[in-house]
Ligand binder design. Sequence first.
Ligand code: NAG
Ligand code: NAG
Ligand code: NAG
Ligand code: NAG
Ligand code: NAG
Length: 648
Amino acid sequence: MGPRAAPLLPLLLALLGRPDPRRAEGCDLQPVTAEPPITLSYATSTVPRGCVSSSSLGIGHEVHILSIEWSKASVFPLKVFVTPRAGGCTQSPVLILLCARCSATVTSLCPNLIIHTDAHLDQGMTAALGPELPVAANEGQLLAWAQDTYRGITSYSKLRDPRRIQLRLGEDTSSPLDCIPQEHFDATLHLEAEVFFYGMKGCSLGDAQSTRAAHIIRMQPMPSSIITEVNLSLSCPERAVSNQILILQSQANLTWSLSVNNCHIQFLVSGKYKITHMSSQLLPGALLPDTEQGLVAKALEMNCSAIASYSTIPASTRISLEILDHETVKTVPMIPTPPAPTVNSMPSMLLLMLQPWKCTDETMEIVIDRSHLQPIKDLVNITLRDISCQAEKNATHFMLRTPLSHCGTSLEDRGHANNELILNLAQGAVPQSVRVAFKCKIPRELFLRLFPTDNFERPQTELEVNKEAFVQASMRWEDHPADLQLKECWLAVPGREPVLLVQGGEARSAGVAVLEGPPSSHGRKIWRFCFTYAVPEDGRVPFSATLKCKAGLQNNTIFEKVLEVTVKDSWRPLNSRGLGLAAVLGITFGAFLIGALLTAGLWYIYSHTRPISKLQPVSSTAPASESSSTNHSIGSTQSTPCSTSSMA
Ligand SMILES: *[C@@H]1O[C@H](CO)[C@@H](O)[C@H](O)[C@H]1NC(C)=O
Ligand SMILES: *[C@@H]1O[C@H](CO)[C@@H](O)[C@H](O)[C@H]1NC(C)=O
Ligand SMILES: *[C@@H]1O[C@H](CO)[C@@H](O)[C@H](O)[C@H]1NC(C)=O
Ligand SMILES: *[C@@H]1O[C@H](CO)[C@@H](O)[C@H](O)[C@H]1NC(C)=O
Ligand SMILES: *[C@@H]1O[C@H](CO)[C@@H](O)[C@H](O)[C@H]1NC(C)=O
């Protein structure tokens, strides 16, 4: 899950100090003035203003004042829960709730709670008749009034946009004598509130390159924070909407626990995270920038064309996020959805979150841990769009590996391979299937593969001594495929000088031949060559070697790739698996190989007396220890251009 390979272009552009031209206009975050696309609230015990005091000790009751302010009318009734502290309910606690023009529900575990409020109370609760509450009083007047009326104040908290308040009763002898309000007061002792966040910003690129939108929540770091876990509950509208991404940024040592309800959404999370109800496994997060600009850039990099919401909230242990319908309907074209989306949405949501696909420029691989699929009951099999491509399964995984040219994969979408996962379920009598369309990103990088034969079919990471090896380098560069060239390839063996095999499209070492690759398609360029690695003169065959190639654009932008291979020394004179050579030369071959081995030794000595770049192919420079007829055979064998060479 998460981005498997960072897109290369923005990185390149960043290195070159150039803005990505596609995004040149940028995305300028502005406060969301219209209806916000999300409802966001978070838990906090820090109130804009508040105080506690011990002035109520000994007056027979404790007095708590909650003064509520609204940035905008809330459609949710305010819920207040009153709980006693360890000691149980004290005598007649008093709650003064100032919340003009709001409706509230007060639930108290202490039956003797006296409530004075100007709010409209739900559910038949009645406010106590008592001293008239001061109307439109400022904070000083309010506190003075409470002090006069009740002879003491236990706590005072001013809250903005609360959704829910939990008030803990109890008096403290250690509190100051007078209740003198302070800004950003830590009211942990008495309350925890869930407050709405309305300060979200947004922007849109307006270039309509994609309909993808991002929601970003950035949690401010707290220097002395003891928060290690955040529970985020996410819910989405009934209509299945995809093409949104949720970016959660926090201090990296935080664990996010996501409880997701009916959402098709991709996550990008800093720190570790898990998705409850699905798996208790902790998933590694991504490293996310901790600035507004950085996060917006990240979203644009993920191909979003709009930041639907950007919210910066204080550190919190519980966040609730609801993505609303109206925005998604506006930004995402309506897709005809099957009649019962909720039945199918869970499997597709799960897969879209797991993102079990991984692509190279040539292959698509899908690996799904079966334990992640436990929530999907009665799963029979998994196929791709072409149903003959069925995933294999072992005890722990579902697996499917296919060339991009098979199984109904489409490459029309630049930089992506598109296909569908089809989950066949045996629900009840009627078998059902769930189709999940997905896009698999093809990394913009150079790929190197080593093959034992010239059919270039089964790559391996084993280099067999004295046997032809076929190398393929390839890369997708849709912008200008013609621009991309293979610059050079080297073979390096530990403790020996690296050997230049190919440079500028030409063989640069004995025993190397450049082969013609297939024509490029869908912006993919392919280069091929072959070589033979002979036993070094000292007879010590190394365990490993590295093949390193560089491709580049005309303007010095270089893509480099290293392929580690193990060296296998199981050379046998007649290897029937080998390519043409044995078959073509038949009986004379054995004799030739003995010659070739001798040649290899001599060539090695030779190569140390001359600069590598001046090396000539074995056949023309080696002393003639083989017969001229064998020599002729090598030259005339079209299918085996790679003669034996020795590596320095
Ligand atoms: C971005 O996404 C849109 C549609 O979702 C697609 O058409 C476009 O090719 C994508 N662009 C890139 C650079 O991935
Ligand atoms: C998060 O939720 C889990 C399960 O619902 C709960 O056990 C845990 O205490 C919660 N963590 C916080 C920080 O609220
Ligand atoms: C997958 O399962 C479905 C439902 O049982 C069945 O109809 C289909 O033939 C299976 N597909 C393959 C490729 O086995
Ligand atoms: C099943 O296959 C996966 C992927 O190839 C592999 O990682 C895993 O070890 C295999 N499990 C078993 C029990 O063989
Ligand atoms: C090199 O060319 C590529 C496209 O061909 C372009 O994206 C990149 O910006 C260029 N780099 C420099 C340094 O000019």
